[in-house]
Design a protein around this ligand. Structure first.
Ligand SMILES: Nc1nc2c(ncn2[C@@H]2O[C@H](COP(=O)(O)OP(=O)(O)OP(=O)(O)O)[C@@H](O)[C@H]2O)c(=O)[nH]1
Ligand SMILES: [Mg+2]
Ligand SMILES: [Zn+2]
Length: 366
């Protein structure tokens, strides 16, 4: 491991807590540490801060992670051994410091956890000030980052397409949805000045992810930050539909790139559906601070703010916001149940397997 070039690795986002995991791992002089910059169907693209190479995941690693509903994602750090053909064999994944994940249906009716990205310092929630503007969706994204413990910032794009009054109105509406400490910017993603506005979050070695619906301007902003043009080494961007500002899902894979200022930025495809991963009431209450505050004034301590008399929350919180809170809460809890149940089920199967093996052994020796 002495052969690792830590300065180069830092330039692709290696942090001290991540580096501290290295001594506890099984390493030899052939092992390399690389960051996953893109996940493709057949292989992964990996980077060490100097050059890109391909790698394939060891089946044992995939299986082991799958047992915990986990998977290697863009932003992860992996240990790689040369495969003798210019590529690498990925044998280990370092424990991620953060993971953004959602629930997706696996086609057989049961929800599965899908890891979107790993090891990001900041999430940029990107939303257009045009028809893309949607506070309920924003609340959903806020819940996503809160559940993952990732700091976030709201970036309202297409500020150039709305008049001053609309800009002020929508900015204020968005502000009301955000936790007090969260920052908000309104900008034109195509404008080079967007890069200076984002300067506090795009320092060297920082990792950011862009999240938001298709057409919001994520790839446009990525290009402004990397200084690359669409198609000329930069991300492809695509026009939105005129009637509803919807994008056409131009970006199809998550890709990590470096910005001109030395940060790592992960551009993602617009999510068609964002179902929350496991969460609890306390985490969601941080996103809906007003609900938690008013709840203290409800007549009943266990008020669900549904039809109870003397409910202060129903009095104070806009009904569509309250409905969204309750919906997100149900979603996060329901999935928490299924994960727990699945874990228990797995433990039972394992125990049965062990008992069976023991009985077979006893039979053989008896
Ligand atoms: N006027 C204006 N146009 C913008 C702005 N941001 C993005 N656009 C345009 O909006 C369209 C969609 O932008 P993209 O960057 O491709 O959107 P995206 O979020 O990457 O979309 P997907 O890859 O489909 O998820 C493009 O035509 C951009 O030029 C902005 O701030 N102002
Ligand atoms: Mg895109
Ligand atoms: Zn209440």
């Amino acid at each position: 491991m002495d052969s690792l070039d830590f300065e180069a690795l830092r330039s692709i986002g290696l942090t001290t807590p991540m580096r501290q995991q290295l001594p506890s791992l099984d390493l030899d002089e052939n092992t390399r540490l690389l960051r996953v910059v893109e996940v493709q169907r057949e292989h992964l693209l990996l980077h060490d801060g100097q050059a890109e190479q391909r790698g394939r995941l060891a089946t044992a690693l995939v299986d082991r992670l799958q047992q915990d509903d986990d998977a290697v994602a863009v932003g992860d750090w992996v240990l790689v051994r040369p495969d003798g053909q210019g590529g690498g064999h990925i044998t280990e994944r370092l424990a991620p410091l953060t993971q953004l994940a959602r629930r997706v249906n696996d086609g057989r009716g049961s929800p599965r956890r899908q890891v979107l990205v790993s090891n990001v310092d900041t999430a940029l929630l990107v939303m257009g000030l045009d028809h893309d503007f949607n506070l309920r969706r924003l609340e959903r994204y806020l819940a996503l980052v809160r559940l993952a413990g990732v700091d976030a910032l709201l970036v309202l794009t297409k500020a150039d397409t709305v008049d001053v009054a609309q800009l002020a109105r929508r900015t204020a509406q968005a502000r009301d949805c955000l936790p007090a400490a969260m920052s908000l910017l309104a900008l034109d993603s195509r404008d080079a000045r967007a890069a200076s506005a984002l300067q506090p979050w795009v320092g060297a070695g920082q990792t950011l992810v862009l999240l938001g619906s298709s057409g919001a301007g994520k790839s446009t902003l990525t290009n402004t930050l990397t200084g690359l043009q669409s198609g000329q080494g930069g991300q492809f961007t695509g026009a939105v539909r005129a009637d509803d500002s919807r994008g056409r899902h131009t970006t199809t894979v998550r890709t990590l790139r470096r910005t001109a200022a030395g940060a790592c930025i992960i551009d993602t495809p617009g999510l068609r559906a964002l179902r929350l991963d496991v969460g609890d009431e306390e985490q969601l209450s941080e996103v809906f601070g007003d609900v938690a505050r008013w709840a203290a004034s409800c007549r009943f301590r266990d008020c669900r703010h549904q039809d109870e008399p003397g409910c202060a929350v129903r009095e104070a919180v806009p009904p569509e916001r309250l409905r969204n809170f309750q919906k997100l809460l149900r979603e996060a809890r329901r999935d928490a149940m299924t994960v727990l149940e699945r874990r228990e089920q797995l433990a039972v199967w394992k125990a049965r397997g062990r008992e069976g093996a023991m009985r077979a052994k006893a039979k053989r020796s008896g």
